[in-house]
Design a protein around this ligand. Structure first.
Ligand SMILES: [Zn+2]
Length: 1153
């Protein structure tokens, strides 16, 4: 039975409607709201270029001096003892520190642990100095009568039929992909080439078997994994021993290295044919002798497997014999023509070498998409192997037109690259949760056999497109949300009401709970509550509850959060113009702090600190004529020298703030101070939030390695010689545990730290980022910051970061139905126990990847359920619970698992797993483990699901046919295989960045989007069709754009028509194009407009403003650009897609033999 096939006579929830007034929809400052004039700042994901500096607000007066000489020292009693630290005159040198007052030093710093929502039973005893926060205007009580008329939908969510997999989809999924590949090579010399198969980890989703114990899970609460764990590991082989490449790239077939005869393991007799599995008509027959994929060229030592394998196939396939396994059901439709056509005639076919393709790298570029005359040497045709572009385009055309309706259990959503609308009918939107598979094996044996990790990528506060409805806010009054008595799961569409509605049975733990009297409702003849459609928590996948005081720290409703801006005013920051830029920007940006709903102004208070070796606090109380500065030079024991007047309302203190921001750049204009502190800055912000009893965010603008004498002082320990040694992992680990402890304190207070870095040299991102990372914050990095080229990017990032939706003091718990449980978590957060993910701040871009493991059998009938509950404080100080529910299918056939996988999500998980792995293991071990796991995933499919065929053919599951190409991109990424130009800080930065990425972001980050601009239709809004990331796809007569979420490259071929160059760059020839442009010139012609609109469109889609880099063909910057042509062999030794596919095939065959 399919829920979404029923006639839906009532208005769907998915559309705003006047008749549904009972629910308040949370909205945020950046979101366009009806009746609220659009700010000049677009919505936080709105078009950045539309931003204009607003005129100074009314009441803004230029500063008359700072602080005015006659201004009284309006210190309150708590801080009056600080008089020696008060600087009464401009630019007076800081007075060395007076002892901190006892009152400031005695602020409590305990970690408030609330391990379980709804039990705010841990008190930290902060004295109440602020008035208790009134609960902000809550949503209107729910009025059933006025709500949506129940619709005549008869389906229930308790009774699942089989998902109505469309026949087309079915056949598509089951189309085994066969590649009779043809790259041949000489036998690998001993010790090189591909080693024997490594032992196969039996544990699902874990790399640990190849080096058991090596992958110490790195949780935020731990310090870096003990280095001793690596003892006994083989030393990583140097990855680039520098063998000549080109001459061995196209070896001729060596007969002795043909594929081994099919082992009994894959013979048709052992593995029943997949009855009727459609074979692409283009599939070649048994491979020609020359088509066997043999060992890859020896020139890729980076593929050398880890230590020799003790075991055989016993490891990888411990599961029971799959005697009863049947292949996929016969399709009733022919395989999809679109895909077939693309592959038609080219699968396994051989064509001549591409010009330059197999050549030495770097070689003389030979552009042009036309292959040369086909000479005899055989190699795998790049056009015959699975194309990411084709898969993306197919999904767009097949699934982009219909809304994705979430009423059916276990549906695989469209790809992240497809634009589609979502209608919530009982399961969370894929914008909130995506899974590696929507069909979970019933037993852990099956899961281990497949090696497919079971993981969900959760983005709890994801931004929705304007056409979709934000989660409704449900207020159950003082009694709070209805929950299961035992497991505390929240009321959701999958709870089953029994006994006439007086009790309900929990869908997660089966416990029966009484329905509270105020929540009672009768059931209809199908057993469904008659108010089913009136209540979001009964009929929708995502909704919010207003939390009661029980869900608040110290049983007190929270105060609105605060933002504290902390600006490095050391020499470099001042000299580069950064300090002035930040201050100018803040003057206007402060008017765009996040607001809730229709609130006229933001509830967020702001404070200001500047620092170098000492810290300067500012009193910006509205009653002051001029701001006042207080210097704390005793950074060893940080305290906040003023309580009253430090955190203020922007509107009330507007003139004082404006005056301060005018004066800061002047005050430090002549500074000679080059040294900075860092940890005391965070401590200061933390103490200020503690004193104000609120959560909040620190925006720290920082330029250098903090070498000044202070807690958290760092030394320069950068050492690129550690790359490819056992000690490489130390480059990713913090150099001191000081910051881990500080992070813990910050999380306890709800103090989130966002870090804007402007380094001119190594500043140890791995250490400086610890607090940011563990508090759910963001790091932005602008190396060699230059005002002219980088200010747009920085300001756009800052604007978005300040305005975006964010929840504070957040705790996330993922509950699951019996049989599976969440076992591992990846992302920017802190965990003090094994279940609760704590985030001082969680913004709309942050993603948490959760891995699940079996702890019992699952049943096909009941499926599996996830419930993600996020408790957080909104930007107005309202305590809320956001609930996302997702129901998945369970299967007893491996084929069903492979048919319902999502490779993009799998890659998101694998990248995060690997990027955490480098903290504890040599990078080579991590890379080998990745390859090994994916080979097992594909080998299991081949063995159990694919129709029998020659071992010479590589057969990939339809849903995973891009796994090899994407995996190769992860392996070649800067973290796992850095090129010579990649700095240690870059790697640490990328590592942390990827860990919080959602699926769309990892997709484009690892496989960038390459668009031929000269093919764009200037009369259409559409983007030009993307092409594959390979140099051979580039034509020297065209201009291309490549984006990966961090950078946009515009590549200009040497033969581009002069008219196009004139139109785009405003210069008359190729040689006159400046490669230092950071924006495209604004020219009034259709081509210029089109290209700029493409760039703008891409900028809006990404969570960070991308850096624009102009690359001229054959210019030195081109090497940087080529790094992103990920299907090619990389300079750092990364394999080309073709070579890697051959290598994967080899690995798979070894597993199967
Ligand atoms: Zn329960």
């Amino acid at each position: 039975m399919s829920v979404n096939q029923q006639a839906h006579t009532g208005p769907p929830y998915g559309q705003p409607q006047p008749g549904y007034p009972g629910y308040q929809q949370p909205a945020y400052g950046g979101q366009p709201l009806p009746g609220v004039p659009q700010s000049q700042y677009g919505a936080y994901n709105g078009p950045m270029p539309g931003y204009q500096q607003p005129a100074p607000p009314q009441g803004y007066f230029p500063s008359l001096g700072f602080p005015s000489k006659g201004s009284p020292v309006s210190l309150n009693s708590d801080t009056s003892s600080l008089a020696p630290n008060f600087i009464g005159s401009l630019r007076a040198p800081p007075t060395p520190g007076a002892p901190p007052p006892a009152s400031g030093a005695s602020l409590p710093s305990g970690h408030v642990a609330y391990s379980q929502f709804g039990h705010g039973d841990v008190q930290n005893g902060i004295p109440a100095s602020a008035a208790p926060m009134q609960r902000p205007p809550a949503s209107q009580p729910f009025l059933p009568g006025s709500a949506l008329t129940p619709v005549s939908q008869t389906s229930t969510f308790q009774q699942y039929g089989p998902p109505p997999a469309s026949v087309q989809q079915l056949s598509n999924h089951m189309t085994g992909m066969t590649i009779g590949s043809t790259t041949a090579s000489g036998p690998p010399p001993a010790g090189l080439g591909y080693g024997p198969p490594t032992s196969v980890p039996p544990v699902s989703g874990s790399f640990s078997a190849t080096g058991s114990g090596l992958y110490t899970p790195y949780t935020a609460s731990q310090g870096p994994p003990p280095t001793s764990m690596s003892q006994g590991l083989p030393l990583a082989q140097p990855p680039f021993p520098g063998q000549p490449i080109s001459t061995q790239r196209l070896p001729t077939q060596v007969p002795g290295f043909a594929p081994p005869p099919s082992s009994t393991g894959i013979g048709p007799s052992s593995y029943p044919p997949t009855t009727g599995a459609p074979r692409p008509p283009t599939m070649p027959g048994p491979p020609l002798p020359g088509q066997a994929v043999a060992g890859p060229p020896t020139s890729q030592p980076n593929h050398v497997s880890s230590p020799p394998p003790p075991s055989t196939m016993a490891g990888p396939h411990p599961g029971p014999p799959m005697s009863g396994l049947h292949g996929p059901p016969p399709p009733t439709h022919p395989p999809q023509p679109g895909y077939q056509m693309q592959q038609n005639g080219s699968f396994g076919q051989v064509r001549g070498p591409q010009p330059n393709y197999g050549g030495a790298y770097p070689g003389t570029p030979n552009y042009g998409s036309q292959p040369g005359p086909p000479p005899p040497p055989k190699r795998l045709d790049p056009d015959s192997i699975p194309s990411p572009i084709q898969v993306i385009e197919d999904d767009r055309s097949n699934r982009g037109s219909e809304p994705f309706v979430t009423g059916v259990r276990g549906q695989v959503p469209p790809l992240v690259t497809t634009n589609f609308l979502v209608k919530d009918q009982g399961n969370a939107s894929p914008r909130y949760i995506r899974c590696t598979s929507y069909n979970i094996p019933c037993t852990s044996d099956m899961a281990k056999q497949s090696q497919v990790p079971l993981a969900a990528v959760i983005k709890p506060l994801a931004t929705l497109p304007p056409e979709e409805t934000l989660p409704y806010l449900v207020d159950h009054g003082e009694s709070g949300p209805v929950r299961c008595n035992r497991c505390k799961a929240y009321m959701c569409p999958f709870m089953q009401f029994i006994e006439g509605g007086r009790r309900f049975q929990c869908c997660f733990c089966s416990c029966v709970t009484e329905v509270p009297p105020h929540y009672f409702q009768h059931l209809d003849h199908t057993g469904k509550r008659v108010d089913f459609y009136d209540r979001p928590e009964l009929s929708l996948g995502s909704y919010e509850f207003l939390a009661t005081v029980d869900y608040c720290k110290n049983n007190k409703f929270p105060s609105p959060p605060a933002f504290i801006f902390m600006i490095d005013v050391s020499y470099n920051a001042v000299k580069s113009g950064l300090v002035r830029l930040i201050c100018e920007e803040l003057k206007s940006l402060l008017d765009y702090l996040p607001r809730e709903g229709n609130m006229e102004e933001s509830a967020i208070r702001v404070g200001f600190v500047t620092y170098n070796k000492v810290l300067h606090f500012y009193n910006v109380k509205s009653s002051l004529a001029q701001p006042q500065m207080m210097v704390v030079s005793d950074v060893a024991d940080m305290f906040v020298p003023l309580l009253d007047g430090f955190l203020v309302n922007v509107n009330e203190s507007r003139t004082v703030i404006a005056s301060l921001l005018d004066q800061i750049p002047e005050m430090f204009a002549d500074t000679r101070e080059t040294e900075t502190v860092f940890a005391p800055v965070i401590q200061a912000g933390l103490e200020a939030l503690k004193a104000a009893e609120c959560a909040g965010k620190l925006f720290i603008f920082h330029t250098s390695l903090p070498i000044a004498e202070a807690p958290g002082k760092l030394k320069n320990r950068d050492d690129k010689k550690l790359i490819n040694t056992d000690k490489e992992k130390t480059l990713f680990q913090p150099q001191t545990s000081f910051y881990n402890n500080l992070a813990k304190d910050c999380v306890a207070q709800g103090c989130c730290v966002d870090l804007f870095l402007f380094p001119n040299q190594y500043l140890d991102v791995a250490t400086l980022g610890v607090v940011t990372y563990q508090t759910g914050g963001s790091i932005y990095k602008y190396a060699y910051f230059q005002l002219e080229t980088d200010q747009d990017r920085f300001l756009n990032d800052l604007r978005r970061d300040v305005q975006k939706e964010v929840g504070f003091d957040a705790v996330m718990r993922v509950r699951t139905s019996t049989g599976i449980r969440a076992t591992d978590f990846f992302g920017a957060f802190y965990m003090s126990n094994t279940t609760d993910v704590e985030m001082a701040g969680l913004d709309c871009d942050k993603t948490i990847t959760v891995e699940f493991k079996h702890d019992d059998k699952l049943s096909e009938d009941s499926g599996a359920l996830l419930q993600c509950a996020l408790l957080y404080t909104s930007c107005a100080g309202q305590r809320r619970l956001r609930i996302h529910n997702l129901s998945l299918n369970c299967c007893t056939q491996l084929a069903d698992l492979y048919r319902n996988c999502e490779t993009d999500t799998l890659i998101n998980y694998l990248a995060k797993y690997a990027y955490r792995g480098v903290l504890g293991s040599p990078v080579k071990t991590v890379r080998d483990a990745l390859i090994n796991q994916c080979a097992q995933i594909l080998a299991c499919y081949r063995k159990n699901c694919a129709s029998p065929s020659s071992a010479g053919q590589l057969i990939l599951p339809e849903c995973m046919k891009l796994l090899p190409v994407y995996l190769n991109c992860v392996l070649k990424s800067d973290v796992l295989q850095p090129g010579p130009e990649v700095t240690t800080d870059d790697r640490a930065y990328i590592r942390q960045l990827v860990t919080s990425m959602d699926v769309a972001e990892t997709n484009v980050f690892f496989y960038p989007r390459l668009l031929p601009l000269t093919k764009a239709d200037v009369d259409s809004d559409a983007l030009p069709a993307a092409i594959r990331n390979s140099e051979e796809r580039l034509s020297k007569g065209d201009i291309y754009l490549l984006e990966n979420g961090l950078n946009i490259f515009v590549w200009v071929g040497v033969n581009v028509q002069q008219g196009l160059i004139q139109n785009l760059f405003g210069v008359s020839s190729f040689s006159q194009i400046s490669n230092t442009l950071s924006t495209l010139p604004v020219l009034e012609n259709p081509f210029s407009k089109k290209v700029r609109s493409v760039v703008d469109m891409l900028q809006v889609q990404r969570s960070r403003y991308m850096k624009l880099i102009i690359v001229k063909q054959e210019d030195k910057l081109e090497m940087l650009f080529k790094h992103f042509l990920v299907e090619d062999k990389s300079l750092s030794g990364g394999a080309s897609y073709v070579d890697f596919l051959c290598h994967m095939h080899k690995e798979i065959r070894q597993l199967l033999s």
